[in-house]
Design a protein around this ligand. Structure first.
Ligand code: PGA
Length: 245
């Protein structure tokens, strides 16, 4: 079947020679959005891909004295049962990379250590009912096509939920130093993501080439959750030439 890649419409593909340039472009994009809407709600993924984008975003925000006081941040997902001060957590990454350096007060995320996961899910659901939808959702794509911890399967879930982690997620290098791996993750759901005003998808490196090729087939499939981004009216994909040429 021929692959049709629209040059306009909801999906925009921006390809850069390398990871640094991709990250700089994405950081500048977010800076522009925050400048235009200082009280925006930003949803942030963690993992290795967004690291440089966040570093540069913080750097540019400080250098240009961008007012981030009103900015709201929500964490996309989290491993269950790992203390939040453990460097393996999404919490640790976000706190150290962005929340603390910018002194962000309006921040919310799943607390992975709270024994009552249902309460944590309800907390996020309530927050999004009150302050949502997300303005800018920053995502990267898993090697199995997951978004957050929306793992491939026969069904996807619309709202915040607890999910059994896939083998791909458990093999993620964030968990490499742990003695005991988590079994479950907490994540925003597909509707939470797809209701975002704008979505930024970051894809970098040769290891993402195969997944990017599948994504660009634009065939929507619950066994490849990222494919649902084709239903969204405003997705900008920042990728480097190792991932897609
Ligand atoms: P990565 O993780 O940015 O470290 O590649 C993405 C993911 O697994 O969701």
């Amino acid at each position: 079947m021929a692959t049709y890649i629209p040059s306009s419409g909801g999906f925009k593909l921006k390809s850069y020679p390398d990871y640094s340039q991709l990250s700089e472009a994405a950081a500048r994009f977010i800076i522009q959005e925050v400048s235009e809407k200082p009280n925006l709600l930003l949803c942030l993924a963690t993992g290795s891909t967004p690291i440089k984008t966040y570093d540069l975003f913080v750097k540019f925000a400080i250098e240009s004295s961008i007012n981030t006081n009103g900015m709201k941040v929500i964490k996309l997902d989290e491993w269950v049962d790992i203390p939040p001060d453990n460097p393996a957590t999404c919490e640790y990454q976000l706190q150290n990379q962005l929340i603390q350096p910018l002194g962000i007060k309006n921040y919310i995320g799943f607390d992975s250590e709270k024994p009552d996961n249902e309460k944590e899910l309800a907390k996020i659901h309530q927050y999004l009912s009150e302050y949502g939808p997300i303005d800018i959702c920053i995502l990267s794509i898993g090697l199995n096509g997951h978004l957050g911890f929306n793992e491939p399967g026969d069904m996807l879930q619309p709202f915040a939920h607890k999910i059994l982690l896939s083998e791909t997620s458990l093999a993620h290098k964030m968990l490499a130093g742990l003695k005991t791996s988590p079994e479950y993750g907490l994540t925003l759901g597909m509707a939470d993501i797809l209701q975002s005003r704008k979505i930024i998808l970051l894809v970098s490196g040769a290891k993402k080439k195969e997944v990017m090729q599948r994504f660009m087939q634009n065939q929507i499939d619950t066994r490849f959750p990222a494919s649902f981004l084709w239903l969204h009216p405003d997705v900008t994909c920042f990728c480097d030439s190792d991932a897609w040429e």
